[in-house]
Design a binder for this molecule. Structure first.
Ligand SMILES: [Zn+2]
Length: 518
């Protein structure tokens, strides 16, 4: 009998077993948690790369080690499909994971979406996934580092045997130091957010004020430097003309933002060295939508400044609230994204990126059609909500405690988000206590309660027990219980994610009418 790991009488996570370059790898669920197991001939130097213990096994060596950062890095170095790669213009979807346990469910969702399409006799389209994705704001709120985000995704990808390639999105980066941290952790997709440099006052400023503000910009950013004044563009039949007010407003609103993106890009290309990287530009977190003229201005300026990017997130019209479907007129949205998509084709091509993209089921078909698949879907908090849905079934008392606490935090935590939920509209904890115990997860389908739970994740995950005297002790009020429940019930969490994400991903794997200009 050959010395294969499958012949060992231990229970491997079934999809983790893999053989590469003469070495076998797998994960086992042991008393002490999940462990990495490797089998190879002792003549191969692979064991020196990992931390753990090894023993002789017939003529082979068997290794067992922890799921630690060192071993995650070693695994990425050994197995090519675990390393983030460039997604370029492939239709793609980012599935952020604030707890670090969602990747298995995300992988299963892709497979399940494919299967569902195939069963409907539809050939599934290519979809490139991103499992490691977190913004600096989310990392701050969850107390995680870029390396933890990367490693958690690595273990999830490995556990599920996903070999289809992955990107890794360092999301909403604001400073060069953010770039350095995420490069060091192996991220490959860099989302630059120049939001702090967007001047929203341009929306309502008079022409004379706009002229004054434009004069204050560095000469290289002023209207005359753009070459756009009195230019008319024909974008697939749409006429866009830069008269003075249109150009001034774009320059004042986005000039410094464009310059910041350029500086961040220069930093990235120098800091990256041989590491692969690709760039997304996001201006989605503004009050007012990005007009088509403003989008064209941004694209034209980025190009003039030598920036290369693969996707851009405008602020589309309508409301993109967290964890909720699109709020607005669907026809207006389709007209809006059609114009943005046409600019993206003409000035790129590059993808449009749909931020706060989770749960926007009503606009996915239009987004896919109008971009011809040149689209990136970005979701983050919705996976956390599925974790709460899982907890509502596994431990309803904990779930109720989380909900009551979230309500108390909402008015504070909502400030940095676009949400319209009202506390008075969300069921009171006292009412919920009287519901049948197996129905509390319905809170996740009530608009207000859902948004309240969505934006308070940072407070929930970092709240300490009031009894804790030592401020440095990691005496979490909710975090440890949440993680323990999800870790002991991985399939329950994965099943919720699989169902929820298959619904997200299917529209982006469905056939499209190609309406690009080739
Ligand atoms: Zn965003």
């Amino acid at each position: 009998m050959p010395n294969n790991l499958t012949n060992l009488n231990i229970a491997f996570l079934p999809r983790s077993l893999v053989s590469y370059a003469g070495v076998e790898y797998g994960l086992i669920n042991s008393q002490a948690g999940i462990k990495l197991v490797i089998r190879a001939s002792p003549t191969l130097p692979v064991f020196d790369l990992f931390e753990g213990e090894h023993v002789g096994w017939n003529d082979q060596t068997l290794f067992i080690g922890p799921l630690n950062p060192h071993n995650a890095a070693a695994l990425r170095a050994q197995i090519p499909w675990l390393r983030p790669t460039l997604l370029s213009l492939r239709t793609s979807a980012g599935m952020g994971d604030r707890l670090g346990l969602a990747t298995p469910g995300h992988v299963r969702a892709i497979r399940s979406a494919r299967t569902e399409l195939a069963e409907a006799k539809i050939v599934p389209g290519d979809l490139a996934p991103i499992f490691a994705q977190q913004s600096i704001r989310e990392m701050t709120r969850t107390g995680r580092t870029p390396q933890q985000v990367m490693d958690d995704a690595t273990w999830g990808i490995f556990a599920e045997g996903w070999q289809g390639g992955v990107g890794a999105d360092a999301d909403h980066l604001k400073t060069p130091a953010d770039i350095d941290l995420c490069l060091a952790a192996g991220f490959s997709f860099f989302t630059i957010d120049p939001g702090e440099y967007v001047d929203a006052s341009a929306e309502t400023a008079s022409l004379s004020i706009l002229r004054e503000l434009a004069e204050k910009l560095p000469v290289d950013l002023q209207p005359r430097a753009t070459g756009l004044l009195n230019q008319r563009f024909n974008i697939e039949g749409r006429s866009l003309y830069f008269d003075e007010p249109t150009l001034l407003k774009a320059v004042v609103k986005y000039g410094r933002a464009v310059s910041h993106v350029s500086a961040m890009y220069q930093h990235l290309i120098h800091a990256a060295g041989q590491q692969p990287y690709e760039l997304e530009v996001s201006v989605d977190e503004t009050e007012q939508p990005t007009t088509h003229a403003e989008h064209l201005y941004i694209a034209s300026e980025l190009r003039r400044l030598g920036v290369e990017w693969i996707s851009l997130a405008p602020r589309f019209i309508g409301r993109f609230e967290k964890g909720a479907d699109y709020i607005g007129d669907l026809t207006d949205f389709e007209v809006d994204i059609a114009g943005h998509a046409a600019i993206a084709r003409q000035f790129g091509p590059y993808k449009l990126s749909l931020h706060s993209g989770s749960d926007k089921f009503s606009i996915y078909p239009a987004a896919m059609q109008q971009t011809g698949g040149l689209i990136h879907l970005k979701t983050a908090g919705t996976s956390y909500l599925e974790a709460l849905r899982t907890i509502a079934v596994l431990d309803v008392d904990l779930f109720d405690e989380i909900y009551a606490f979230a309500r108390g935090r909402y008015e504070t935590d909502r400030s940095s988000y676009h949400v319209s939920a009202e506390l008075v509209q969300a069921p009171l904890p006292q009412e919920v206590a009287n519901w049948p115990r197996d129905t509390h997860s319905a809170l996740l389908d009530q608009f207000d309660a859902r948004e309240i739970l969505h934006v308070t994740y940072g407070s929930i995950l970092t709240e300490r027990n009031s009894s804790s005297d030592n401020p440095l002790a990691e005496d979490w009020r909710f975090y440890d219980r949440i993680m323990a429940l999800l870790k002991t019930n991985p399939d329950a969490y994965a099943a919720n994610l699989e169902r929820h994400f298959a619904r997200h991903l299917k529209p982006f794997m469905s056939p499209i009418i190609h309406n690009r200009i080739d």
